[in-house]
Design a protein around this ligand. Structure first.
Ligand code: SAM
Length: 248
């Protein structure tokens, strides 16, 4: 039987991805087994969707990051018990932390190398940014809802994700001063690919973005820019994301 969180809540030593240790107040329950089960569920989903993604497995470093980053530290207390279920969860303000399989797949599609500069649009809980930082990316992430921005910023600091810089604003316009980026990941569905983001993608860079109707069909797109600057788009699989908001 699951022990109540009030019993489990204690100061825990969390070793974070960048090799530093931070003392943070998170439940010190036995999260390792659920986290491994989550990664097993991701592997199964990858096999089930291999016809879309063209592969039977994801990169080892992506799966290793999914096994390291404490998803329970990115969700509200009320849903913490479900933190390692392979599904999206509510994070308040009508928003969600994405399904772990989708987080892993989008990360994999970016083909990040350590030291790459990556832009995320849609910080939400901060979990996706933490996964990117865990595999060595230097991450800039933008969130439009001020409260979520502040919560995620505090979380990055508390958990020691020093490779993540966050700001509040409309990510449709990207982060021009820090461009160009090796990778761009958009975690809310747009009805078209934002031209400023395409401009801010490096030659040789990759962007993943869900595009489609806010209440209808959406597809995850992989956009690649060749070394000569030519842009190609590949449709990966149907998805369901919350909409990209803002005035465009
Ligand atoms: N990546 C997040 C995570 O790991 O928790 C989940 C993202 S949630 C599915 C989508 C997020 O995009 C929401 O937090 C939403 O407020 C944000 N968003 C929507 N439109 C945006 C915009 N124009 N610019 C920046 N963030 C936006």
């Amino acid at each position: 039987m699951r022990r109540p969180f009030s019993v489990l809540l204690m100061l825990a030593l969390v070793l974070v991805a960048n090799g530093t240790a931070a003392i943070v107040a998170v439940p010190a329950g036995d999260w390792e087994i659920p986290r491994r089960q989550m990664v097993a569920a991701i592997r199964e989903d990858v096999i089930a969707t291999r016809a879309y993604i063209g592969r039977k497995t994801l990169r080892d470093e992506v799966l290793a990051a999914m096994e390291r980053v404490p998803r329970h530290a990115f969700v509200p207390q009320e849903v913490m018990a479900a933190a390692y279920e392979n599904r999206p969860l509510p994070i308040g303000h009508g928003q969600t932390i994405s399904q772990p399989y989708i987080v892993a797949l989008m990360t994999d599609l970016l083909e990040i190398q350590p030291g790459d500069a990556v832009l995320e649009v849609g910080t939400g809980s901060g979990y996706q940014a933490a996964i990117l930082a865990d595999i060595g990316a230097s991450v800039r992430t933008i969130e439009i809802i001020p409260e979520l921005f502040r919560e995620a910023q505090a979380r990055f600091k508390q958990l020691g994700y020093v490779r993540v810089q966050s700001r509040q604003g409309d990510g449709y316009y990207g982060w021009p001063e820090a461009a160009p980026f090796d990778g761009i990941i958009v975690t809310a569905a747009a009805d078209h690919v934002p031209p400023p983001l395409v401009r801010q993608l490096k030659n040789g860079g990759r962007m993943v973005i869900p595009v489609g109707h806010r209440f209808g069909v959406q597809f995850l797109l992989l956009i690649t820019k060749s070394l000569e600057g030519n842009v190609q788009t590949r449709q990966i699989l149907p998805v369901r994301f919350v909409p990209l908001t803002g005035e465009h």
